[in-house]
Write a protein that binds this ligand. Structure first.
Ligand code: SAM
Length: 377
């Protein structure tokens, strides 16, 4: 745990899940800038109703705890991180509400804080969906690292919220301050969007924050060409399912299997659920879980796990999530169960898989990708 020192106080914050030898902090300079700016320039009223969008691990929800806070997030990990940090700082959670990205917050807000997300589509969806909740008197303050604020970001604020200015950069972070223009008509979010999966009649549903939401990812395309088929696969997991294409094709090839879709993004799991329901006309059941990798899944329960791991999470490049996915897969697989992984060749996942499973076979490869299989012996 590290100490966030801001004018609102000092708060011990950790990322979620907690990892040994964690190198990354649970907040960034944009959180510090935003909290300091708000302390110096914000309304002085003691009790504000604040909407916090995309708070990563609760730096904002924790420091602003004396107000009534609604956090709106697409991340299950963020939700757990916020609860953990509120509890570890012994703060009350009675005035805190966490709303997932699938729902839209209700009520009126004095202040809206937005941490700029990686995906412009998510920001667009969020700005459209908050517009009916805000008025001229609402303060809109967004914050992000300079590298994640582009002209297109500012244009979105201008188009959807109203006149927008940016602050000077401090520690490579910048603020965006928007004034609500009530003459801008309310818009309808273009999300979720659908595309037809090439060579099939499947309609793939993509909420705003889903991986490869506009078209089929080239790695996923290669993976689905090699999804295995066998009567021995009774329980299959699509780990890190995104819009659920991999699990969908596994279901098609293995008609008697029960498929479980898991992802840490609420929008991913919802997309997978809607994709699957459309594909099977609501006639086939499956399980859908928002989760940290495979945490809490029954040990020795799965015959096949299919995985296209993320290689960056919340802008922090690292392979911790891939490690965690592979290790937990070993626990959750039955004896002789199989983990199939696709990755860019340069990621060298075979080294990790061999270390964890003691075996790793190459199923297929092309210039860019390799599909690997490890068996739990
Ligand atoms: N399976 C999809 C495909 O092949 O098109 C998506 C693969 S995408 C490379 C990786 C997915 O892992 C993303 O949907 C991301 O949200 C998810 N993810 C990232 N961290 C995770 C975690 N800790 N637990 C579960 N899922 C996670």
């Amino acid at each position: 745990m590290e100490l966030l020192k801001v004018p609102q106080g000092e708060f011990g914050l950790s990322r979620y899940p907690k990892r040994k030898n964690e190198l990354l902090r649970a907040w960034d300079a944009a959180d510090e800038y935003l909290l300091t700016y708000f302390y110096e320039n914000g309304p002085t009223s003691k009790q504000l109703s604040i909407l916090v969008i995309n708070d990563s691990f609760g730096a904002l929800a924790t420091a602003l705890n004396k107000h009534t806070i609604t956090v709106w997030t697409d991340s299950w990990l963020a939700e757990e991180g916020i609860k953990q940090n509120i509890s570890e700082n012994k703060l009350p959670n009675t005035k805190l509400k966490i709303v997932s990205s699938i729902e839209t917050p209700e009520g009126n807000y004095d202040v809206v804080f937005i941490k700029i997300p990686k995906s412009l589509s998510l920001l667009e969806d969020q700005l459209i969906r908050i517009k009916p909740l805000i008025s001229k008197s609402t303060k809109i303050i967004a914050a992000g690292m300079v590298k994640s604020i582009h002209i297109s970001t500012l244009k979105l604020f201008e188009k959807l919220i109203g006149s927008t200015k940016t602050s000077l950069a401090k520690k490579k972070a910048r603020l965006i301050i928007s004034t609500v223009d009530e003459n801008i008509p309310l818009a309808i979010s273009p999300y979720p969007k659908k595309y037809t999966l090439e060579g099939t009649s499947y309609s793939i549903v993509n909420h705003a924050n889903v991986f490869s939401r506009e078209s089929l990812d080239i790695g996923t395309r290669f993976f689905i060409q090699h999804i295995p088929q066998s009567g021995k696969y009774k329980s299959i997991i699509d780990l890190g399912c995104g819009n659920g294409i991999v699990g969908l094709l596994a279901a098609e090839k293995n008609p008697h299997a029960v498929i479980t879709f898991t992802d840490e993004s609420f929008m991913a799991v919802e997309s997978a659920k809607e994709t699957f329901a459309l594909a099977f006309d609501n006639q086939r059941s499956a399980q859908f879980m928002t989760n940290d990798c495979l945490a809490g899944l029954e040990k020795n329960s799965a015959d096949l796990i299919l995985n296209n791991p993320p290689f960056h999470q919340s802008n922090a490049i690292g392979d911790e999530v891939a490690w965690q996915m592979f290790k937990q897969s070993k626990d959750v697989l039955k004896q002789n169960g199989e983990l199939w992984v696709i990755g860019n060749r340069h990621l060298s996942y075979h080294i990790k898989l061999k270390k964890i499973f003691g075996n790793c076979e190459r199923v297929a490869s092309n210039k860019k990708f390799v599909i690997l299989k490890s068996i739990k012996r």
